[in-house]
Design a protein around this ligand. Sequence first.
Ligand code: AMP
Length: 285
Amino acid sequence: MKVVTTVKELRRKFGKVIFPPVGLVPTMGALHEGHLSLVLSAIRECETVIVSIYVNPEQFNDKEDLKNYPRNTEKDLEMLQGVLRGNDLVFIPSDKEIYPEKDTRIFNFGNLDKVMEALHRPGHFNGVAKVVSRLFELTNPDISYFGIKDFQQVAVVKALVKQCGFNIRISAKPVIRETDGLAMSSRNQLLEPGIRDQAPVIYHTLRKVSSMMKEKDIPDIKIFVRNNIEKHKDFEIEYFEIVDDVELIPVNRKDEMGNDRRYYGCIAVKAGKIRLIDNIEIELS
Ligand code: AMP
């Protein structure tokens, strides 16, 4: 694999050694098995894989979160070295390379940017759209890989592709979990040990939701979710919603759910100081 840090180097590589199809895996580093699963899918399907590592300040609404976000490029490169091939690239740009000038674009994603994460992280998806569109323009991939772990992000990126007319297929991959069920996340390493031990309650609650849907309606389920998670004193729910996977409109009763859509239970929890998100597909039958 080759490591490039500037747009100039990236362009030089494109002039010579890029074979299609090209797969892009955008990441913010502090890589784990979840990221690796995306990289491995890209390797299976693409002749050239580009993994970007860039902590995008534009998508952080909380300055402390940006400051504390885990960074470990050396370990990331070791991990990627084990799987990437000679022709694949790791792109590790600086802020100047991604934003040579102030990026003042304002995107409009309709309802996608009005619910769940958007309500709790104002400006987050506008920042995501800025960096993802810039990465798409720089690397011009055929396929770009994203994790369903960030369920709402996948919907926003698909909308971005449509709005900007990118000729890119978005491949959404399942959530990779620790053996105890906690969704892998770079932020997990910031959890205090006592809180980390209790964090699997989030996934276990979501699984219970999926099975409860047969007997109970959504208001009761919401009460269950809150009680089950907040019985741990350091855990506080920011939101729990059941939404469809196209418009992400929260449903309040089961009879609002159509058979032509898939539904996901999506949750954000403050676990101590760390914010965790997760989701599960709801089986209706
Ligand atoms: P991040 O570095 O957190 O921006 O994530 C980079 C990509 O990896 C995004 O598309 C995430 O959705 C995906 N990702 C993060 N965690 C997981 C996970 N546990 N399973 C699958 N994909 C993940």
